[in-house]
Ligand binder design. Structure first.
Ligand code: PEP
Ligand code: MG
Length: 885
């Protein structure tokens, strides 16, 4: 099969593979697409992702066939631009860029100006008539190639440049003259040779293959692996390589380079949005070395900036760019993220892709594009990443709270965050693992900071614009970010920093508002998010298209209210033990557990009954007639045991027995493996009075709410950790008996259901029998995962990461359901259960109920509902709609 595809310069794109992202990567596909619709794209070629995969498999070697195809494709570029690669008189220069199926900031990005050496730099100077430009390009090339291909420390070169400027008394790069750059090139080559032990490569073909090799190798770099892990990107995709004729944004004041979005990626507003620099090359904008200028006059004025916008400084090229923006949006029917260069007044497109955006922007764009007729509702629903909604559902800074504002900089990624300042990513990760909230503060970030950014609540950088690495990555991760805060200066040696005039140290509290760009000392309180507007509209559309109901896991009236505001349609799991752990009740709970006799247990349970009844009255009232699944006590008794001496003493005093006696009793109840011990329905079987009390509390509460005019409640009583039909039969009889007693006492009868959790493999296998006793099943996929995999929920954290890295599990099976294994049991139990009882209600209440990929699986299996924690309810609503479409 063909391994290299050309684009631009009259190349045909009639082979579907030439535009297939899986073959030529996202960048390559879009370059071919743009060239195909007649946009000005410098000619080039793409080496396929398949080649990358086989290169990595075959011990990092290139085939002769590939070398031949590349040589031929290079000829295509040479013909199209009328220059030859390596020609000392009029050299062709190329850029070499990676390009996976999806954009991956963890990978090698770009080498520009490849093809320059001591001879071709002269040719470039004479053909362009611009010595300065030629030497500037050469030094850029050495610096970039050394960094990304040869693995030399880029700090070396930056330092040499700083010294060169200092020696000459210059403030900025733009003051460097041709001869200054030429001298710097000599210094760069000396530095490279000293580091490498051999001269910087002069052979342009060697340069090209070196760069191709670096792109392929970068697929397996640590950074890329981390990024893939965080973003669920399979390791076997590989990356394509794009080689493209250079166009130059650094050919004087009629040249420029920039990045732009067709709509505002932070707010979603329909306004061109971008940054550009005159007389510069692409990396200058992204690296934050010079402060970029605004694209439009309106944006410049709004920011009160003085440097002219592109609209003002280059009206013709800007007009052309605006035309291209509209064309691309209509073509792709989505917001585009674009890189362009203006070479001596002529616009060239270097890249387009659908742009990363904040959740807020994603929502607004999706809803507005439906209004504009660009897309339909279904496309809008599919376009918003459910997990991204998380960004919107979390609190924002309280506008009325006092703020001690230290600085205001670029609002690079919205949302509010507070935490302790960490000055490097390793520390940020460490503190976060210790349970601290952290704000990562850096001069600028690079892909090496990905793990720290992920661990942090928010990110603050001293340098960089809205399209800097920090900004792009933070938006992608949904972390609030303030960038380009030049008021921040960091002293890494002392581990202190200054923000404006304020001296701070690592560990101090800081608050960021990524929506306004404010940086504040200390901790600023937050308020709840706004759930109307575009969010409400999209959710309405999602609700129209989903089949499954969405319930919530909740055990307090506050959780219930929150979940209802998020659109929950009932409670899928109320874990009653959370009520038992309440500080005010734990004494009675312990008294009950440690009692020697049934009579002692009953006495303690009598104290708990009114409390539990109160819990359920509050919950049923809040849920106003929506279905509520209440699970009877589940956790191992072991977990309620007192630990400390003072706890034993307090209890001994309350119950009137000796500490020694209690300790002996606690010793008897101690378990080595409590998660497989005395828990779940086993408690109900051995201590039926516990379940009796809970059932009584539920029915009395339901009667009370109905009697006081509340909406009628249909309690769904759920028995946990059932393995056999008989367990459920016994406990159902118990519940029925209590129900009859309560109804007789209260003089009213209410509808209710008894069902079970399916969370043990045996229960799944025997679901056909168990369904004889159950009106509903709720899949407890947390325990089902634990017991099916034989992996302890509480200890998995220690070894799961390497398991995911090595591809043993595609994702953490406690986060996203193991479809092949655990999923098989769910599928089988659903089928067998329904075969016994046609109207068996099926739901899921493990953590997977809030995970989009697992929700897709639930839709496939045909469950009736998913149940998720309150903040995940909107995510589940959207994911359920996407799954149904
Ligand atoms: C489950 O096991 O999936 C479940 C929901 O129960 P818990 O997490 O309380 O064990
Ligand atoms: Mg469970």
């Amino acid at each position: 099969t063909q391994s290299v595809y050309t684009f631009g310069g009259g190349a045909l794109h009639d082979d579907a593979r030439a535009k297939d992202k899986t073959i030529v990567g996202g960048k390559g596909a879009n370059l071919a697409e743009m060239a195909g619709i007649g946009l000005p794209v410098p000619p080039g070629f793409t080496i396929t992702t398949e080649e990358c995969v086989s290169y990595l498999q075959q011990g990092n070697d290139f085939s002769a066939a590939l070398r031949a195809e590349v040589a031929e494709a290079l000829t295509h570029i040479e013909r199209a631009v009328g220059k030859s690669f390596g020609d000392a008189a009029d050299p062709l220069l190329v850029s070499v860029r990676s390009g996976a199926r999806v954009s991956m900031p963890g990978m090698m990005d770009t080498v520009l100006n490849l093809g320059l050496n001591d001879a071709t730099v002269q040719g470039l100077a004479s053909v362009s008539g611009d010595e300065r430009f030629a030497w500037d390009s050469y030094r850029r090339f050495i610096q970039m190639y050394s960094d990304v291909v040869l693995g030399l420390d880029h700090g070396l070169f930056e330092e040499a440049l700083e010294i060169a400027k200092e020696d000459r008394g210059y403030m900025s790069d733009t003051e460097m003259l041709a001869e200054d750059w030429q001298e710097l090139v000599a210094e760069y080559k000396r530095l490279a040779e000293a580091e490498l032990g051999h001269p910087f490569p002069q052979d342009v073909t060697e340069q090209l293959w070196g760069a191709i090799r670096a792109v392929f190798d970068s697929w397996d770099s640590d950074r890329a692996k981390v990024y893939r892990r965080l973003n669920d990107i399979p390791g076997d995709w590989g990356t394509a390589v794009n080689v493209q004729a250079m166009v130059f944004g650094n050919m004087g004041d009629t040249s420029a380079t920039g990045v732009a979005f067709t709509r505002d990626p932070a707010t979603g507003e329909r306004a061109y949005y971008g940054e550009w620099l005159v007389n510069a090359q692409g990396e200058d904008v992204v690296a934050g070395i010079r402060t970029p200028q605004y694209l439009t006059k309106q944006a410049r004025e709004a920011a009160g900036a003085s440097a002219p916008s592109m609209e003002e400084a280059m009206p013709e090229a800007y007009g052309e760019l605006a035309r291209v923006f509209d064309l691309l949006e209509r073509h792709y029917r989505d917001m585009q993220d674009i890189e362009f260069t203006v070479e001596r007044g002529k616009l060239w497109m270097l890249q387009t892709r659908s742009g990363k955006r904040t959740a807020k922007a994603a929502l607004r764009m999706a809803v507005e594009m439906v209004g504009e007729g660009l897309i339909d509702e279904v496309t809008a629903i599919k376009r918003v990443d459910p997990m991204a909604l998380d960004q919107l559902l979390h609190p924002m800074l309280d506008p009325d709270a006092p703020r001690d504002v230290l600085a205001t900089a670029l609002p690079a990624s919205p949302g509010a965050a507070s935490g302790r300042i960490a000055l490097d990513s390793d520390l940020a990760e460490k503190w976060a693992n210790d349970g601290d909230k952290v704000i990562l503060v850096r001069v600028e970030t690079s892909p090496e900071d990905i793990h720290g950014m992920h661990a942090a609540q928010g990110i603050l950088t001293a340098r960089g614009g809205m399209t800097s690495h920090a900004a792009v990555v933070a938006r992608g991760m949904g972390r609030p970010c303030v960038s380009g805060a030049s008021a921040v200066s960091i002293d890494m040696a002392a581990r202190t920093l200054k923000i404006g005039s304020r001296a701070l140290a690592e560990g101090d509290l800081l608050t960021l508002d990524g929506t306004t760009g404010q940086v504040m000392a200390g901790l600023v309180p937050t308020i709840e998010p706004e759930l109307a507007g575009d969010f409400g509209t999209l959710m309405e559309w999602a609700d129209k298209h989903r089949r499954m109901k969405v319930r919530t896991n909740a055990e307090t009236p506050e959780d219930c209210r929150m979940a209802l505001a998020f659109g929950a349609e009932g409670i899928g799991l109320c874990r009653t033990e959370h009520m038992f752990f309440d500080a005010a009740r734990i004494l009675a709970v312990r008294e009950m557990i440690l009692a020697d006799e049934e009579a002692g247990r009953r006495a303690a349970l009598a104290k708990l009954l009114p409390e539990q009844r109160g819990d359920f009255v509050a919950i049923f009232s809040a849920m106003a007639g929506l279905p509520c699944t209440i699970r009877l006590l589940d956790p191992p008794l072991h977990e309620f045991l007192p630990q400390r001496d003072d706890e034993f003493a307090e209890l001994a005093e309350a119950v009137g027995v000796s500490v020694e006696h209690l300790k002996r009793r606690a010793g008897e109840l101690h378990e080595f493996n409590p998660m497989l011990g005395h828990r779940g329905c086993r408690l109900g079987i051995t201590f039926p009075e516990i379940y009796e009390m809970q059932a009584r509390a539920i029915f009395e509460a339901a009667c009370q709410v109905s009697a006081t005019g509340g909406d009628p409640v249909v309690p769904e009583i759920m028995i946990p950790l059932v393995a056999t039909r008989r367990e459920l039969e016994i406990l159902r009889a118990l519940v029925d008996r209590v129900a009859a007693e309560v109804f007789a006492e209260q003089g009213r009868t209410l509808e209710y259901m008894v069902g079970t959790m399916i969370e043990l493999p045996r229960a799944a296998l025997m679901a056909g029998e168990i369904a004889q006793e159950a009106r509903f099943f709720s899949f407890g996929t947390n325990d089902l995962t634990q017991t099916t995999l034989g992996v302890s929920r509480d200890d998995a954290g220690r070894f799961l990461a390497p398991y995911v890295e090595q591809g043993i599990f595609p994702r953490d099976p406690f986060v996203s359901i193991d479809v092949d294994g655990v999923g098989q049991l769910v599928r089988l139990a659903a089928e067998r259960g329904r075969a016994t009882r046609g109207d068996l209600k099926l739901g899921i209440c493990g953590e997977h109920g809030g995970d989009p990929a697992s929700i897709r699986f639930c839709e496939e299996v045909g469950l009736d509902y998913v149940s998720a924690s309150p903040y995940r309810v909107p995510i589940a609503r959207l994911a359920a709609a996407q799954a149904a479409l």
